[in-house]
Design a protein around this ligand. Structure first.
Ligand code: HEC
Ligand code: HEC
Length: 386
């Protein structure tokens, strides 16, 4: 009897300790993993995050929300397919990069150097410069090329006069607005909480249902999948892993590492033509990617491997939006070293081993593109004959 009681106490102590340890963990892969994949009603904080994410009033002048460039209808990316980079709230201002989807970003670990593999992993943005979703969310509000607020005080004044100001105080306390800098942290905390919900991480593409055995892929999609994985053909899975984890975690289609694929400059990038105060380098601007953040020449030209989830709806592609279709992307991988492609934007550190001359036939290129179309969320299995 006593021994049983002792065992129960031990188990409780163990559980509490495990809980505490989990709570202290950084919001990295494991924690996000747990939060994101569960379909459940949103908490008050997550609802608040969604209000903030959708609020067009939070730019100066008003008119641009986070959702403007991260629209749920287009996989939480910029809906304008013809713009290589995003337009700011001032219509004549443009960022220097194509947007990334905000979906599945919750899974990127903090930027770190892996000494065994000898490469960088993780971080947010194409160059890893933000460590967490919280840190990331504080950027766009104050970026003159995006939502263009002069400072955090201006953002908080807008939140304070919003229809959800009461919800803000309900979540963060009656004094939530007292200190604008703290309130700004709260804004980021709520947005990040929203970005970790099921809404941005639903894992409900056709491919997910296929992995669960709930649907079949067509013959062409199956051929595309095989080519995607084949290390003598597409080799895509080497950087965009497509298999479930050991505990059944669905694949993210990125290993969060960095590479210079030798993507050429995009002459259509409107950033080149901004005034000197916004882009001092003019048309000579070169995007160093990770190298610009970690200040190491051997990382110049490397960008974080993006997820391919929803790729069919997130055109254009690559850090500078140079490709308008998925087919162009695959043709580039296939023929970079044997076709008439312009020089890489950064000629150093180009990956010459895993791409450039894959020898894929036209049919095989189409097959890979067909497979990529199975990664769009919101697939309806009802029409399937099983
Ligand atoms: C004007 C368009 C625009 C607006 C407005 C905007 N973003 Fe972005 N977002 C981008 C671009 C462009 C990138 C990639 C920039 C880079 O890598 O340097 C990006 C990157 C991100 C990422 C990183 C994803 C990843 O995988 O690393 C997240 C998360 C994100 N934005 C969330 C937000 C939130 C939250 C807001 C509102 C506070 C917001 N964005 C407002 C254009 C925008
Ligand atoms: C060596 C690693 C590596 C391999 C192999 C690889 N990719 Fe990529 N992929 C990347 C990186 C890095 C980027 C971003 C590069 C940039 O913007 O400069 C990228 C970007 C993409 C994009 C653009 C996504 C977006 O949101 O802009 C697509 C689509 C894509 N890859 C598909 C594929 C396919 C299909 C294959 C196989 C034929 C493949 N990749 C093989 C690393 C890789």
């Amino acid at each position: 009897m006593q021994a049983t009681a002792f065992r129960v106490i031990l188990a409780v102590v163990f559980l509490v300790a495990a809980r505490l340890a989990a709570r202290q963990e950084e919001p990295t892969v494991r924690q996000a993993d747990r939060l994101a994949t569960a379909k459940r009603p949103m908490t008050k904080k997550e609802q608040l995050g969604k209000e903030l994410f959708l609020d067009k009033g939070l730019s100066t002048p008003p008119g641009q929300a986070c959702a403007h460039c991260h629209d749920a209808q287009t996989g939480f990316s910029e809906p304008d397919r013809d713009l290589p980079v995003s337009r700011g709230v001032y219509p004549d201002r443009f960022g220097n990069r194509n947007d990334l989807t905000a979906a599945y970003a919750a899974f990127s670990p903090r930027l770190h150097y892996d000494p065994e593999e000898r490469h960088y992993v993780g971080g947010l943005f194409w160059d890893g410069r933000a460590a967490t979703l919280e840190e990331q969310a504080k950027g766009p509000f104050l970026n003159p090329l995006e939502m263009a607020n002069p400072n955090a005080v201006a953002v908080i004044a807008k939140v304070q006069h919003s229809p959800y100001a009461d919800l803000f105080q309900e979540v963060f306390g009656p004094e939530a607005f007292a200190d604008p800098n703290r309130a700004y942290d709260f804004v980021a905390e709520a947005i990040a909480a929203y970005e970790r919900t099921y809404e941005l991480n639903p894992f409900n593409s056709k491919y997910d249902f296929f992995l669960q055995g709930k649907t079949k892929l067509t013959d062409q999609e199956m051929r595309g999948l095989a080519l995607f994985e084949n290390d003598k053909k597409g080799r895509c899975a080497e950087c965009h892993p497509d298999r479930s984890g050991s505990n059944g975690e669905p694949p993210l289609f990125t290993d969060f590492t960095y590479d210079n694929l030798g993507v050429p400059k995009n002459p259509e990038n409107p950033y080149y033509y901004l005034s000197k105060s916004l882009n001092p380098d003019g048309t000579k601007f070169v995007d160093l990617g990770l190298g610009g953040v970690v200040k190491k020449p051997e990382e110049n030209g490397k960008f974080r491997v993006p997820t391919l989830r929803n790729a069919a709806v997130t055109a254009p592609y690559m850090h500078n939006g140079i490709f308008k279709t998925l087919r162009q992307v695959v043709v580039f991988y296939n023929t970079r070293d044997v076709g008439p492609w312009p020089a890489p934007e950064v000629p150093q550190n180009v990956n010459r081993e895993e791409l450039g001359n894959l020898g894929l036939t036209e049919q095989e290129v189409d097959d890979i593109v067909a497979f990529l179309h199975t990664l769009t969320d919101g697939y309806d299995t009802k029409g399937d004959s099983r």
